[in-house]
Design a binder for this molecule. Structure first.
Ligand SMILES: Cc1cc2nc3c(=O)[nH]c(=O)nc-3n(C[C@H](O)[C@H](O)[C@H](O)COP(=O)(O)OP(=O)(O)OC[C@H]3O[C@@H](n4cnc5c(N)ncnc54)[C@H](O)[C@@H]3O)c2cc1C
Length: 529
């Protein structure tokens, strides 16, 4: 995109909203936790809803695309864009008082999940969905992606906990969305008119037995849960409106928590065990493979938990973390009986439980710092199938990867049928880049054969939008396009995400693609890659 003219800059800044046009800020906001890079023209930091309204209206008048952003921990490039990035995390992060009568709390979108949960904990409550990035992910970003993570069987996804959404449309108009309808009313009425005729196709394409989400706007939940328009906005990845406030439903903290860690020789053995464990209605069944847990080797921070789990002596390939709530002793005893033969560690000690979670949560960040040129690459990496299909599905994926001679890390939320699969590739190498494309295309086809979801929790962003038409079919894709036009007729809100403009591909706009070089004015003595 052409740079902003001086006149456009003056026009944007005249709104009173803080806007940065300098190269350093633009470079910093050109990336998120994805493999992509798109340099914006400017970055805005609104302090009030009035400023969001004013800066949005001004950008709209200038014809500048707008990308809302939390803390950029998304892995599909959802929070980067070529025009104006609006950072909600710097100032719009206040929260209201917790209301014990309605079990709800009002928050601004830039609030970080851990900050919210620390406040709720004092009252004995928690926001149900938990992301591994809870120390930095914002509620606005979680709403953008309809995030979930562990404990989906108990708590569902973010969408299941949003009671009301306030925000701004691309022309600066304020809107409010609740389960009862929308303000202005016409928005909700038109939404129903667009979605209702596709009821049968929605039921056919989106079976109700996946605990995670289907990609695109939440048509299935809108239909199945009484036409609640919140389900369309949650998970819309900043393509429909800018969220400025949310009313959230919270849940009681469990009284008792227990954990069993089950060790296996292979991923297959672990995944075959998962369906039986799910019968116990656990809070979570997380699968962690050797590539991931080996990253904590030699890290002082994880020395205690590694010792507790005996990871230095463990010769197998994989372990399952099973977390249970209430009647924990019975449940842990049942698990121990079920998996006779496999090594099992159980605990009800909260500090040990937290230690195991911190190892699991930090694992992915550590994984991305893996030494050597080949890195675990995020692409189609949050696919969801039914838990009973998981072992067979993982075998097919491994077979596929073997054909390309590629290793991958497998970890994820087994109870919900979600596997994060990260092939180890060097995207600066054209051969590996070719493999990346071929593997992504093949996984997309495989997931379709399993009637699963290609984007169970990370959104479509730049990475999966190109596959959406194929996964949804022409009728539902056309409904998505009409919803986009209803909310954002100018197409300026986070363009190219969910609704394909042909600009983004899973292997385009790479941060470190072929030809990427850092030219240093000295010879480095220490190298990771
Ligand atoms: C190591 C690692 C582990 C992760 N683990 C999990 C996990 O367990 N479960 C999971 O679900 N995800 C996980 N993620 C993905 C990511 O952390 C989540 O999607 C998170 O909720 C994003 O929050 P954010 O504030 O970083 O949002 P961003 O990445 O900044 O934005 C996400 C999307 O929301 C939109 N958005 C942000 N704010 C607004 C707003 N105010 N109005 C409208 N749209 C908005 C953006 O445009 C973008 O499309 C992980 C990522 C990493 C790197």
């Amino acid at each position: 995109m052409a740079d902003l003219t001086e006149q456009q800059k003056r026009f944007l800044s005249a709104t009173g909203c803080e806007v940065a046009y300098d190269h350093l800020t633009r470079h910093l906001y050109a990336t998120d936790a994805s493999i992509y890079r798109v340099k914006p023209l400017a970055v805005a930091f609104p302090k009030t809803v009035a400023e969001v309204e004013a800066i949005t209206r001004a950008a709209h008048e200038c014809g500048v695309p707008i990308t809302p952003r939390g803390t950029g921990s998304g892995v599909t490039g959802g929070a980067i864009g070529p025009g104006l990035v609006i950072d909600f995390s710097r100032y719009l992060k206040r929260m209201g008082d917790f209301d014990p009568d309605t079990l709800s709390i009002r928050v601004e979108p830039g609030l970080v999940l851990d900050v919210l949960n620390n406040r709720l904990k004092r009252h004995g409550f928690v926001f149900g969905p938990e992301v591994a990035t809870s120390s930095r992910a914002t509620i606005g970003g979680m709403v953008g992606n309809d995030s979930s993570g562990a404990r989906t069987l108990l708590y569902g996804t973010t969408a299941d906990h949003v009671l009301a959404i306030e925000g701004v449309l691309v022309n600066g108009e304020r809107v409010k969305i609740t389960s009862k309808g929308t303000e202005p009313r016409s928005l909700g009425e038109r939404l129903s008119q667009l979605i209702e005729p596709a009821r049968e196709e929605i039921a056919r394409r989106f079976s109700a037995d996946l605990p995670k989400r289907w990609p695109g706007y939440g048509l299935d939940r809108f239909i199945r849960r009484g036409g609640n328009p919140c389900y369309i906005v949650v998970g819309s990845e900043g393509t429909l409106m800018l969220v400025t406030a949310l009313e959230l439903r919270v849940v009681h903290l469990p009284r008792q928590v227990g954990m069993a860690v089950l060790f296996f020789n292979s991923l297959d053995e672990a995944l075959e065990c998962a369906p039986q464990l799910v019968e116990l209605k656990p809070a979570a069944v997380e699968v962690v493979d050797r590539i991931l847990f080996d990253q904590t080797k030699g890290q002082l921070q994880f020395a205690n938990v590694r010792q507790f789990l005996g990871l230095d002596e463990f010769m197998g390939e994989c372990f399952l973390i099973v977390e249970v709530y209430e009647e924990v002793e019975d449940k842990l005893a049942t698990i121990t009986q079920w998996v006779r033969g496999a090594r099992v560690i159980t605990t009800i000690d909260r500090s040990k439980i937290n230690g195991v979670w911190s190892l699991r949560k930090a694992g992915l960040s550590l994984l991305t710092a893996k030494k050597g040129p080949k890195k675990p690459v995020a692409g189609i990496e949050d696919t969801v199938v039914r838990v009973g299909q998981l072992a067979e599905y993982a075998q097919e994926i491994r077979h596929l990867l073997n054909q390309f001679g590629v290793k991958a890390s497998f970890y994820g939320h087994a109870e919900a049928g979600l596997l994060h699969i990260r092939p180890m590739l060097d995207l600066r190498d054209v051969n590996d880049l070719g493999k990346f494309r071929a593997i992504a295309d093949a996984i997309s086809e495989l997931v379709q054969r399993y009637n699963g979801s290609i984007a169970g929790e990370h959104g479509c962003g730049m990475a999966r939008t190109e596959y959406l038409h194929r996964h949804l079919g022409p009728e539902l894709y056309s409904v998505l396009s009409k919803i986009k036009s209803l909310f954002d007729p100018s197409g300026l809100l986070n363009p190219g995400k969910i609704i394909d403009t042909g600009v983004y591909k899973i292997d385009s706009h790479l941060r470190m693609g072929p030809g990427y070089r850092i030219s240093l004015p000295f010879e480095p003595q220490l190298r990771f890659a």
